[in-house]
Design a protein around this ligand. Structure first.
Ligand SMILES: [Zn+2]
Length: 433
């Protein structure tokens, strides 16, 4: 069916005490766009960067630090600049002259993640939480675009923009409305909301594999990162002793290179985690809470805590586009609890890397055991949370060979029964959580 999109301009009745939050949001949004444009525009010395992913990899974290914007608004700012850079590059190719894009018009882009659209108001994310803005609807909207599209249930909201008119000091919402008369499509949207919730647990480590999932994927190589880190620190130490200015500069460029190398590794790991999540149709990915991890977990250096946070953020923002939720749960007892029988004891560790249950004798990789417990914790929270009243959508953990519900019901996945090699044979080891 043909796409029908209409843009409707509607005045907003912004609470007076929240106007400033919107202005600041705009300033920070434009800061993201301008910072990105400056970074991406390299003409005439180099090729300009027109990849959103590359720009996000390089700038996302820094812009999250520099602003109070939500992840989604930072991404939108980056994307806006990359779109403009692309059109600039196209103009250059046509032989036209153009220069680095610059953004100063009052405009912020909102979509479903940064705004909640209603028929009579919109809730907008700002630097200071959400602000609810009622639409100013004319008395007789029937024959106007507002009546025809904005108030019409056959149209849904798409990516829209917030603008401001300085002369009248008024905020306007330019709502982009798309027709959804296709019943089939509407049914698909409705069913995706009530879909099963499936959780992928992720355990992070300072040695061995960087991340281990509840589906038994061993991702990244923490040992390799540690080794490289030690070599790097050795070299830096000896250069620092030289103490010259050139040594200082060399250390700086080494720092940059080192950080980029680690970030690349973490991007790869985050992609693998999400590939695993998609493979198992997960709706959620869950990590242990990373707060105070250095105090809690042996062997966690500042470097590891930083790397874990980066990894978490990469997964978080990439998951957004995939509509996968990313959560953290308390790590208490996740390494001591047997993921098969639930028996929890300090002695349940045979060695650093092997978990051996003192009660049921279940033995498996310790990190893999922990990741299953992490998944289960979120499952419990989702199950008891307010959202589970919406028709009782089923909740389950994604495991290597299938899925497991809270009360121990196991469903083998089709692909894993074909594999047959799984160490999680459902009948013997997983059921009876
Ligand atoms: Zn056990």
């Amino acid at each position: 069916m043909e796409d029908v999109i209409r843009t409707v301009k509607v005045k907003l009745n912004v609470p007076t005490n929240r106007c400033d939050d919107l202005h600041q949001t705009k300033d920070q949004f434009l800061h993201c766009a301008n910072t990105t444009a400056e970074w991406a525009w390299r003409h005439p010395d180099e090729y300009c960067v027109t990849s959103k992913q590359q720009a996000e990899n390089a700038l996302y974290e820094r812009l999250r630090d520099e602003t109070d914007l939500t992840a989604n608004l930072v991404q939108k700012g980056i994307r806006r600049a990359i779109e403009a850079t692309k059109s600039g590059v196209a103009r250059l190719k046509n032989g036209e002259t153009t220069s680095q894009p610059h953004f100063d018009a009052w405009s912020v882009v909102y979509d479903k993640r940064s705004a909640t659209f209603h028929r009579d108001h919109v809730s907008l994310s700002t630097v200071n939480g959400r602000v609810e803005c009622p639409y100013v609807i004319p008395d007789d909207p029937e024959q106007t675009p507002i009546g025809e599209y904005l108030l019409n249930e056959d149209y849904e909201f798409r990516e829209s923009t917030l603008q401001y008119d300085r002369s009248s000091e008024t905020f306007y919402f330019h709502a982009r409305m798309r027709r959804t008369t296709d019943d089939y499509e509407r049914a698909a949207v409705a069913s995706s909301d009530a879909e099963h919730r499936t959780v992928l647990g992720v355990d992070l480590n300072v040695d061995g594999s960087l991340a281990v999932t509840s589906t038994g994927a061993f991702i990244g190589n923490a040992d390799k990162m540690n080794h490289r880190r030690r070599e790097f620190e050795k070299t830096r130490g000896s250069m620092q002793q030289a103490g010259t200015r050139s040594a200082h500069l060399a250390i700086q460029s080494m720092d940059d290179r080192e950080r980029r190398w680690v970030q690349d590794e973490l991007h790869c790991a985050s992609n693998e985690i999400l590939t695993e999540a998609r493979k198992h149709s997960c709706t959620h990915v869950v990590f242990e809470d990373l707060t105070d991890i250095r105090k809690r977990m042996a062997g966690v250096k500042r470097f590891h805590a930083w790397a874990f946070r980066c990894l978490y953020q990469y997964v978080e923002y990439k998951a957004e586009a995939l509509r996968i939720g990313v959560e953290q749960v308390s790590p208490a007892y996740t390494s001591q609890r047997c993921s098969k029988c639930g028996f929890t004891d300090e002695m349940n560790r045979r060695s650093k890397h092997t978990f051996a249950c003192q009660k049921c004798e279940y033995e498996l990789n310790a990190d893999y055991n922990a990741s299953k417990n992490i998944a289960r914790k979120l499952l419990k929270r989702l199950h008891s949370g307010p959202t589970s009243s919406d028709g009782g959508a089923p909740c389950q953990c994604a495991l290597k060979s299938g899925t497991l519900t809270l009360n121990g019901e196991f469903h083998a996945s089709v692909s894993s029964t074909v594999e047959g090699e799984s160490t999680d044979k459902p009948t013997t080891e997983i059921v009876g959580y």
